[in-house]
Design a protein around this ligand. Structure first.
Ligand code: ZN
Length: 370
C-alpha cells in the first residue's frame, strides 16, 4: 500500500507518464516496489499456503468482502481511532460500496488515481534507468474507469487533505521522470504516525542500491542485544498479518512495539480470532533474502550448535516487481526439511540427504520473532 512508501528505495518509487489532452490525461506509473495490478500489493506466493487471507468472524466483514484482507488490521485500527490514516486499492466497480462501509465506520475516503492494466512500455522515458521493472498505467479517477482506485482512508477530512499533499506518486511528464522530494515521504510518514526513530533509520538505509533495509534492521537489533519482538514483524505488512505498516528501526523498537500493542489489543477487542491467527503467523521463522523476498516456514529455528531451520512446510513470498532477485533454489527448500545456515553458505537437506549447498550472500539471514 502507499503507506508502505516506507519500503521504497529512493530509486524505486513510482512514476507517472503524463500526456495531457484537455481534461483527460494518460498516466504511466512505474514501481519497483510493490504493485501488481490484479492483486493490489500482494506478494507472489509459491508452494502451499501458510499465509492465508483472513475472513473476519464479525468486525469489518463487509470491508474484507470489498477490499480483501491485505490491509484488514489497518482498517480496524483506523476504524477504532488508533491509526489516523491508511491507504488501499479498491476495485472501481466496488467504490460506492466501499464509501458506504467506511461511512458506517466513521471514516472518510479520498480517491487518488486509478491503476489500470495492461501496463505500457516505459520505453524512452528520460530517467527510466533508475526505475525498476514493474510499471502500470493509470488515469485520474472520475468514477467511470475500470481498474483499482488508490484511496486514502482517514478519520478526518483534514488528515486526508494532508495525505493528498504528501502521499502523491512521482510522475513522468512529457517523457521525463520527476523525483518526488524525499521530504514528502518523511512528512507522509509523520502523518501516518510512524515513530521518529524509524523515520530517521529509514532516511539512512532505505536505498536498495546500497543496503538491504531488513538486514540493517536485523543488525541494529542484534547490536542492541534485545530479542526479536513479533510486534515489530512487518514482513507481512501488505499481506494481512502485521500490526505495523512501516519498516521499524529495530525489531525491538520500543515506540513501534507500543504502537503495535495498541493495535493488537484494539483488534483483539473486536476480532480476537485475527489476533490469534496473526500471533501464530508472526512467530513463524523466516529466511530473508531481501525486503519482500523471503521464505516463511512451518517449523523451528534451532540455535543449538549453529543455526538450523527445521520445517514441515514452507512458502516463498516475493516482490513480483523484482523477479531478477528470485532465488533459484526454492525447489530444493521445498523438497527438503532442514537448512543449515552457515556464514558463507546454506546447506539444504532432506533428512540426512544433502539436496544442495548454496553460496550465502552476507545480507541473507534467518529470524524468528517471539
Ligand atoms: Zn523505531
Amino acid at each position: 500500500m502507499w503507506s508502505s512508501f516506507f519500503s521504497f528505495a529512493p530509486f524505486g518509487f513510482i512514476f507517472f507518464a503524463l500526456k495531457t489532452f484537455r481534461f483527460t490525461f494518460r498516466i504511466i506509473f512505474i514501481t519497483g516496489v510493490f504493485f501488481s495490478v490484479d492483486v493490489g500489493v500482494k506478494l507472489l506466493i509459491s508452494s502451499s499456503q501458510i499465509v492465508k487471507p483472513y475472513v473476519p468472524r464479525s468486525f469489518g466483514k463487509e470491508y474484507v468482502e470489498v477490499a480483501g484482507s491485505l490491509q484488514y488490521p489497518m482498517f480496524v485500527a483506523a476504524s477504532l481511532g488508533i491509526k489516523p490514516l491508511f491507504d488501499d486499492f479498491i476495485d472501481t466497480s466496488l467504490y460506492e460500496r466501499f464509501l458506504d462501509i467506511c461511512k458506517e465506520h466513521d471514516l472518510f475516503v479520498k480517491p487518488d488515481v486509478v491503476f489500470e492494466s495492461p501496463p505500457e512500455d516505459k520505453g524512452d522515458v528520460i530517467g527510466a534507468k533508475n526505475i525498476t521493472t514493474t510499471f502500470q498505467s493509470g488515469r485520474v479517477f472520475t468514477g467511470k474507469e475500470n481498474g483499482k482506485v488508490h484511496v486514502f482512508v482517514g478519520s478526518s477530512k483534514k488528515v486526508l487533505l494532508e495525505a493528498k499533499k504528501f502521499g502523491w506518486y512521482s510522475v513522468v511528464i512529457n517523457n521525463r521522470s520527476t523525483n518526488k522530494p524525499f521530504v514528502d515521504h518523511l512528512r507522509y510518514g509523520e502523518l501516518l504516525g510512524f515513530p521518529s526513530c524509524c523515520v530517521d533509520f529509514f532516511r539512512r538505509y532505505n536505498n536498495w542500491h546500497l543496503y538491504s533495509h531488513p538486514y540493517e534492521i536485523y543488525k541494529h537489533t542484534l547490536g542492541s542485544g534485545k530479542s526479536f519482538s513479533y510486534h515489530c514483524n512487518n514482513f507481512l505488512m501488505d499481506n494481512t498479518y502485521s500490526y505495523i505498516h512501516h519498516l521499524p528501526c529495530s525489531y525491538n523498537c520500543e515506540k513501534t512495539r507500543m504502537l503495535a500493542k495498541k493495535i493488537e489489543s484494539g483488534i483483539g477487542s473486536v476480532e480476537p480470532k485475527f489476533v490469534e491467527n496473526a500471533n501464530t503467523i508472526l512467530k513463524k521463522p523466516l529466511l530473508v533474502f531481501a525486503e519482500r523476498d523471503f521464505v516463511i516456514f512451518d517449523g523451528d529455528l534451532d540455535k543449538k550448535g549453529g543455526l538450523t531451520l527445521k520445517y514441515e512446510n514452507c512458502e516463498y513470498l516475493r516482490n513480483p516487481a523484482r523477479s531478477e532477485n528470485t532465488i533459484s533454489f526454492f525447489n530444493d527448500i521445498q523438497e527438503g526439511n532442514s537448512i543449515e545456515i552457515l556464514d558463507d553458505r546454506l546447506v539444504i537437506r532432506d533428512g540426512t540427504d544433502k539436496l544442495s549447498e548454496v553460496k550465502k550472500k552476507p545480507e541473507w539471514f534467518a529470524i524468528n520473532f517471539q
